[in-house]
Design a protein around this ligand. Structure first.
Ligand SMILES: Nc1ncnc2c1ncn2[C@@H]1O[C@H](COP(=O)(O)OP(=O)(O)OP(=O)(O)O)[C@@H](O)[C@H]1O
Ligand SMILES: [Mg+2]
Length: 568
């Protein structure tokens, strides 16, 4: 079975093609979204999803979120003494989603279509694919998130559509795609974005605004840095959500047993967020320019991603486009549903015969070259594009180069992705060296062929026609060349972690939630939560499922009541 997975910075979701429609698969807590969060304890105990997110407040040093922002880098995190790569962490989330599918259907998915931001580069794409493999999923295809959302949008009416723009602002990434639909073909005309812009950045801006205004800054200063950061970020996210439906909201947190608060107005937040809102503009302009489409001819501006709920973003969009955006697709579900449509397409799902998708390459790909100017001076590190950005994929292009020096013995091609003329400003993907016969400068030709597949992944072939010599390069990570064997090793290492069994997930999540609430309040409320926790733990000890379920529901109702109306 093939599933579609939206592996998000903040939330992930899994869906499958069933009975002629894409359907989300709920997790063990009955929710469609699983927070992309992982927490560990000494001894290898592991939490994934909502329980892990709740542990962020109580165990910040052993908990991590937003690790998608690190994927494709050599960075690692150490939680409770265990060091994990961003791929490992993503694999843990993917595995938990696969568990959910298995629980819902009785069958473990063998493969997946995983979505990535359109503006993910080669390294980030390869790392995402490796995460899938570590999780035991064959990654049949990577599909761009706005493309997936466009598929979900298009499937709803299946009519022809003038170009529309998909505006996807999630927790960590921002993508813009311009898409057209005719005769069952979904054609992405251009995409652009910023893979470091999302709700997380708005949280940071709010923290910077509020930190100096808090009632008791000393209580905050006494906390260790990771704890302070976790509490501030969590409070910022809560406040930001509150500001979506109200003009003012209280930023509140409990630090070191003291309640701190600051009132935030929409006006102050919008001012703090202005530099971020400004950054939403350039990718829109670039995408439109690349496909020569006038903003006036766009038929719709389709919103995707939780952060597009922010009024400050909607206002900016209405100004930018001179009209109200289209909010008919579900901002949290569209990407996973689109991935399930793609999974259905790949496995010949019923009702999908007539749909085709074409996508584009997000970045220009090329090689670093050297040239001589008319004065014979040598300039190196100049980018020679071979496949321009927004070229439809799959695509294969060849470019011919000649030797530059007399009796040169080899030609080195460094492969880059990016837009800058100076290759040092682009992302280096790898290097290929081919031997050439010693001849006068310019006499030996070398052909370089770049092939971009439908997942946006690159392969490079170099040939020297005069000698028949060829070299092939499948891009691997520059920093650490992880091989298939490493995938196995990582899978085994992750299997040693003790993730709570799925049938205990609800209890584990309730414990984590109650502990977070206990730390988040003071005084009498805290005592009440403490009592509730003791009772729940007592019920757990009895090991009777009925008693446990009753106690869990009781504690849940208590927490709902407190959180719906938090006392200050
Ligand atoms: N009601 C709301 N008001 C304001 N912001 C919201 C609201 N609901 C969700 N968000 C924000 O949306 C973001 C998460 O969106 P989403 O789940 O689409 O991201 P993601 O898919 O995990 O991330 P990405 O696509 O960037 O990898 C968070 O920053 C969250 O604070
Ligand atoms: Mg998303």
């Amino acid at each position: 079975m093939l599933v579609g997975i939206d592996l998000g910075t903040t939330n992930s979701a899994v869906a499958l093609w069933k009975d002629g429609a894409p359907q989300l698969v709920p997790n063990a807590l009955g929710k469609d979204l699983t927070p992309s969060a992982v927490s560990l304890a000494k001894g290898g105990q592991a939490w994934v999803g909502q329980a892990a997110l709740d542990r962020m407040a109580t165990h910040p040093a052993d908990t991590v979120t937003s690790f998608k922002r690190m994927i494709g880098t050599a960075g690692t995190v150490t939680l409770a003494g265990t060091t994990l790569t961003p791929e490992d962490l993503s694999a843990m989330v993917l595995r938990s989603l696969a568990d959910d599918v298995e629980a819902a259907t009785g069958e473990r998915p063998s493969g997946a279509v995983i979505t990535v931001p359109a503006y993910f580069n080669e390294r980030q794409r390869r790392a995402t694919r490796r995460a899938g493999e570590i999780a035991g999923l064959e990654v049949k295809r990577l599909i761009n998130e706005p493309t997936a959302a466009a598929l979900a949008f298009g499937l709803a009416d299946r009519g022809d559509r003038e170009p529309f723009l998909v505006f996807d602002l999630g927790g960590g990434t921002f993508d813009v795609s311009i898409v057209e639909m005719f005769e069952g073909i979904v054609e992405v005309r251009a995409s652009a974005g910023d893979n470091r812009l999302g709700g997380d950045d708005f949280d940071e801006a709010l923290v910077r605004l509020v930190e100096p205004l808090l009632t008791d800054p000393d209580a905050l200063a006494r906390l260790p840095a990771d704890r302070r950061h976790a509490l501030l970020t969590l409070a910022a996210e809560r406040t930001r959500r509150a500001l979506t439906t109200a003009d003012e909201a209280d930023f509140t947190l409990v630090a070191d047993g003291t309640s701190l608060t600051a009132r935030v107005t929409t006006e102050a937040f919008e001012e703090a967020a202005a530099p971020l809102v400004k950054r939403l503009r350039d990718p829109v302009i670039r995408a439109l320019r690349d496909c020569h489409i006038d903003v006036k001819t766009l038929s719709d501006i389709v919103l995707v991603g939780g952060a597009t709920r922010m009024p400050v973003v909607r206002k900016a969009l209405t100004r930018m486009f001179g009209r109200f955006p289209n909010t008919t697709v579900h901002p949290d579900h569209a990407v996973a549903l689109g991935a399930a449509i793609q999974a259905g397409l790949l496995s010949g799902g019923d009702g999908l015969e007539e749909i085709r998708i074409t996508d584009v390459a997000p970045f220009t790909l090329g090689v670093g070259t050297a040239t001589r100017d008319q004065h014979g001076r040598y300039h190196d590190d100049i980018f020679a594009p071979i496949i321009e950005r927004n070229t439809p994929v799959p695509v294969s292009r060849m470019e011919g180069f000649r030797t530059l020096s007399d009796n040169q013995r080899q030609v080195v091609f460094a492969i880059y992705q990016g837009e800058a003329r100076d290759v040092k400003k682009n992302v280096k993907l790898g290097e290929l060296t081919v031997p050439v016969p010693p001849r006068p400068a310019g006499e030996v030709g070398v052909d370089v062929r770049f092939t971009y597949d439908t997942s946006g992944l690159l392969e490079v072939d170099v040939a020297v026609p005069s000698t028949g010599m060829t070299r092939n390069l499948v891009i691997v990570d520059e920093d650490d060349r992880r091989s298939q064997k490493d995938v196995e090793a990582r899978r085994k290492a992750l299997e040693k972690l003790k993730v709570h069994p799925r049938d205990e997930a609800e209890n584990v999540a309730m414990l984590a939630r109650a502990e977070r609430a206990y730390e988040g309040f003071t005084g009498q409320v805290r005592d009440v939560i403490g009592q509730g926790l003791t009772e729940f733990q007592g019920a757990l000890d009895k090991q009777d499922p009925r008693i446990i379920a009753d106690a869990r529901e009781g504690l849940g109702r208590l927490l709902d009541a407190i959180e719906a109306n938090p006392p200050l």
